[in-house]
Write a protein that binds this ligand. Structure first.
Ligand code: HEC
Ligand code: HEC
Ligand code: HEC
Ligand code: HEC
Ligand code: HEC
Length: 313
């Protein structure tokens, strides 16, 4: 009898322990929203990637601080430090930890529940939401880009280009958990577009006699290059012509920018033809390059082209 009671209470205690171990965290919204660094305790790799990503700097970037008049413009903060992912009109500012910008909780926490692409048992309540694998989940905050994407008929989702999946562990919680949890397909949370850019942009040229014809192509299928409507994102197409002695005889800059709304549409090519005043019989070197510029960040070159023109008519 005593033994049976012991086993009985033992079982109850054990199940209590299991439940407690199951949900170490009750994740709530509003003032109780946790910092992203809380997620770092278990999701170390994802946290590290997000820390390098633009979403984590959405509130603290100098450009945003300046443009929002030192955070006075509340309508801007509701998307740069949002409580949760929603339609553009329903975004609300997170009352705490604004420095986290577009935080883990902005995209994953809703109704005191963590949503994600899987059906699984986590250390916190979690539920599956298939929209995490669809472009629609980026639409509320990226309205113009989402519209361009729809119009482009792209077969790839935003995630397939920007969050490529690799098979790895979802959590890094030590040796024991690495034995019991299987690997899954995990999307990279550093939505880097530098490499995407280099793959997407192409310059081609045709040097004629006394003229040069240059084309820039957006080979990616997703949206305009550049895309967006909030920041000042520019691509500068710079061309320079030098004679054999190294003297510059011609320079020209063409700017594609989100402010001018003249981004190059997906799979489209823009062509420029420049007449160059040259001396017959002489040879000239042409160099064209495309540079990506966003205020307050280091610029980088995405493509370049070299050619030669012969003077003449
Ligand atoms: C809750 C709002 C929100 C959601 C949801 C969201 N974003 Fe963003 N995103 C932003 C904000 C705000 C920025 C601007 C960050 C900054 O200030 O640099 C941004 C920046 C970016 C950038 C970098 C642009 C740059 O400044 O270099 C990329 C790429 C991007 N988002 C892709 C995505 C994709 C893909 C998704 C869907 C998986 C997504 N975003 C979902 C709000 C959001
Ligand atoms: C104490 C550890 C721990 C902490 C802290 C933690 N998680 Fe998790 N999380 C897990 C485990 C375990 C899983 C399941 C992993 C698996 O099955 O491969 C998981 C799964 C997830 C999933 C996938 C859910 C799904 O249904 O697809 C998301 C999203 C997630 N966590 C987000 C977060 C966010 C956001 C935070 C911070 C607010 C956080 N987690 C904090 C342990 C943790
Ligand atoms: C801009 C929105 C956004 C932010 C911010 C964000 N995530 Fe995610 N998260 C996603 C999307 C979209 C997926 C689905 C990616 C996939 O599997 O293709 C995802 C997937 C996950 C998963 C499941 C594994 C996977 O990749 O499918 C975990 C765990 C997770 N996120 C944790 C986090 C943590 C922790 C943070 C903060 C350090 C964070 N996320 C920040 C949008 C976001
Ligand atoms: C076919 C691949 C592809 C798809 C699909 C795609 N993107 Fe991009 N994205 C790129 C490339 C390439 C760049 C860099 C060149 C450029 O600006 O277009 C980029 C850049 C960006 C930028 C940075 C701003 C800029 O133009 O430099 C944002 C923000 C962005 N993408 C958001 C999204 C969102 C949101 C979706 C889904 C609605 C999406 N992308 C779908 C390839 C893609
Ligand atoms: C609905 C969401 C949303 C709202 C509202 C919003 N932004 Fe943004 N912001 C973005 C996204 C997304 C990007 C990334 C580029 C793009 O798509 O325009 C961005 C990028 C930026 C950038 C350039 C990136 C950086 O931080 O260096 C600045 C500056 C900026 N926004 C300022 C503002 C200001 C000022 C307002 C208010 C007038 C505002 N934003 C309102 C979503 C938003």
């Amino acid at each position: 009898m005593r033994r049976k009671t012991l086993v009985f209470f033992g079982l109850i205690l054990f199940s209590l322990f299991l439940v407690a171990a199951k949900y170490d965290y009750v994740l709530e919204e509003g003032d109780k929203t946790v910092k992203a660094s809380e997620c770092d305790k278990c999701h170390k790799i994802i946290y590290e990637e997000w820390s390098k990503d633009a979403h984590s700097k959405a509130y603290t970037s100098d450009a945003f601080k300046k443009a929002s008049k030192n955070y006075e413009m509340q309508e801007c903060v509701s998307c740069h430090a949002p409580q949760q992912n929603a339609d553009e009109k329903n975004l609300k500012t997170r009352p705490v930890h604004k420095d986290d910008g577009v935080s883990c909780t902005s995209c994953h926490l809703r109704d005191n529940m963590i949503y994600g692409p899987y059906k699984l048992e986590a250390k916190h309540k979690s539920e599956q939401d298939a929209s995490f694998l669809k472009s629609e989940s980026c639409a509320g905050c990226h309205v113009p880009t989402f519209q361009e994407w729809q119009a482009s008929g792209s077969k790839k989702t935003c995630q397939e280009c920007h969050m490529p999946r690799v098979e790895r562990e979802v959590v890094q919680m030590g040796f024991f958990y690495s034995l019991i949890l299987s690997k899954r397909m995990v999307g990279r949370h550093y939505l880097d577009h530098e490499q995407l850019f280099k793959d997407a942009a192409r310059i081609t040229g045709e040097a004629g006699k006394g003229t040069v014809k240059l084309s820039v192509t957006n080979r990616a299928g997703g949206h305009n290059m550049p895309t967006g409507k909030y920041g000042d994102y520019r691509i500068v197409f710079h061309t320079q012509v030098k004679d054999a002695e190294g003297n510059t005889v011609f320079t020209k800059d063409e700017i594609f920018s989100t402010l001018q709304k003249n981004g190059i549409a997906p799979q489209k090519t823009v062509t420029f033809e420049y007449p160059i005043s040259v001396v017959t019989g002489k040879r000239y070197r042409v160099n064209s390059n495309l540079t990506y510029r966003v205020e307050g960040r280091p610029e980088f070159q995405v493509a370049s082209w070299d050619g030669e023109i012969e003077g003449g008519k």
